[in-house]
Design a protein around this ligand. Structure first.
Ligand code: PMP
Length: 361
């Protein structure tokens, strides 16, 4: 069996041990004689899988009792709409930080539902390469919440701090950074993430939301977009993404065995440092992001001569280093190094980059 190092931004690599366990349990989950895919979501087997996954996530992230954890469908993109539908009603106004491609999309969607103030706009010369200082923004008097994207997956820009928003609930799109390190959940009103990077397969979306923010949706909010619907039904109002939920549970167990989020943080920081050090030490490679807000998870880089991009990707592919092409809006390369990317994958990439520079630089 040939497994490659897959640097995809999402759907992304999953831990091999998790895939092996899923394979071993594929036809017969723990003596049930059924695949998890074939189980009723209301049967006792799946209910136990679901409850265990939630308990493990709560433990990993130290999620307080007064937060609900919802296991939903629709991707983070559906949350771009669900968040204003559920939260903006209090004042009709919300603040958004504009720090890259994904926050731009969140802003565009929120504007359908209320009055959006872009309280941070980090775009400079058409590019997003930094975030403001921790005291470099203010919160509008009437904002029902403040929304930001802690890690911009495409640009590789990450907040090195949690924005202080006083009593105004902070909402975070953590799609590409959740579970990469310990998190102070009580600082947030709502955290959401598509699963397909650091949690499990595409098709599952996790929302962690403080109780008091649930139950005041805008009029005409569809049932499926109303957090109360899902909170009241334990995420089983309709058929949840059962197999994704199960696989996420396996990933949570894997994370616990790895030393939890503190253990992951140490590995992730080391992986990212190795890659940025290699880029910075060379005149052949460059990363445009301010050093203070470089992403631990998504590392974009360019070659000094972009006419070599295709050759770089071809040779990397031949060395089993896959999916390194940067997002079309940014160009160059992007190495996504989520939890499931082993340190040996980063070492192999760094080694390949040095060799490519030696032969082409
Ligand atoms: N937000 C961020 C930060 C993302 O990286 C992505 C996906 N790449 C999305 C939102 C959109 O997620 P989905 O495809 O699950 O709707």
């Amino acid at each position: 069996m040939a497994r490659v190092y897959n640097f995809s931004a999402g759907p992304a690599a999953l831990p091999e041990e998790v895939l092996e366990q899923a394979q071993a349990e594929m036809l017969d989950w723990q003596g049930s004689g059924m695949s998890v895919m074939e189980m009723s979501h209301r049967g006792k087997e799946f209910m136990s899988i679901a409850a265990q996954a939630e308990a493990d996530l709560r433990e990993l992230m130290a999620i307080p009792e007064n937060y609900k954890v919802l296991f939903l469908q629709g991707g983070a993109s559906s949350q771009f709409a669900a968040i204003p539908m559920n939260l903006i009603g209090r004042t009709g106004k919300a603040d958004y930080f504009r720090t890259g491609s994904w926050s731009k999309k969140a802003i565009a969607e929120a504007k359908r539902f209320g009055d959006v103030t872009v309280s941070v706009d980090a775009e400079q010369d058409g590019k997003f390469t930094s975030v403001p200082a921790a005291d470099g923004f203010s919160v509008s008097a009437e904002a029902a919440y403040v929304h930001y994207t802690p890690n911009e997956t495409i640009e590789g820009v990450e907040f090195p701090y949690i924005p202080a928003t006083g009593d105004v609930p902070l909402v975070a799109d953590m799609s590409s950074t959740i579970l990469s390190r310990p998190l102070d959940v009580p600082r947030y009103g709502l955290i959401y993430a598509g699963a397909q990077k650091n949690i499990g397969p595409a098709g599952l979306t996790i929302v962690i939301v403080r109780d008091d923010l649930i139950g005041k949706p805008l009029d005409r909010t569809p049932a499926m977009f109303n957090y109360l619907t899902h909170a009241d039904a334990g995420s089983m109002y309709n058929t949840p993404p059962t197999y994704g939920w199960y696989l996420a549970g396996l990933v949570f167990k894997w994370l616990k065995a790895k030393g939890g989020l503190a253990g992951m943080a140490e590995i992730n920081q080391r992986k990212a440092a190795k890659l940025y050090d290699a880029i910075d030490a060379s005149a052949f490679y460059a990363n445009p992001v301010d050093t203070a807000c470089r992403s631990w998870m998504n590392v974009p880089f360019t070659l000094a001569d972009s006419s070599l991009d295709a050759e770089f990707l071809k040779q990397a592919g031949e060395a089993d280093l896959k999916t390194l092409k940067g997002h079309r809006s940014v160009g160059g390369m992007r190495a996504s190094i989520y939890n499931a990317m082993p340190e040996s994958g980063v070492d192999a990439l760094v080694e390949f980059m040095a060799e490519f520079e030696r032969t082409n630089g």
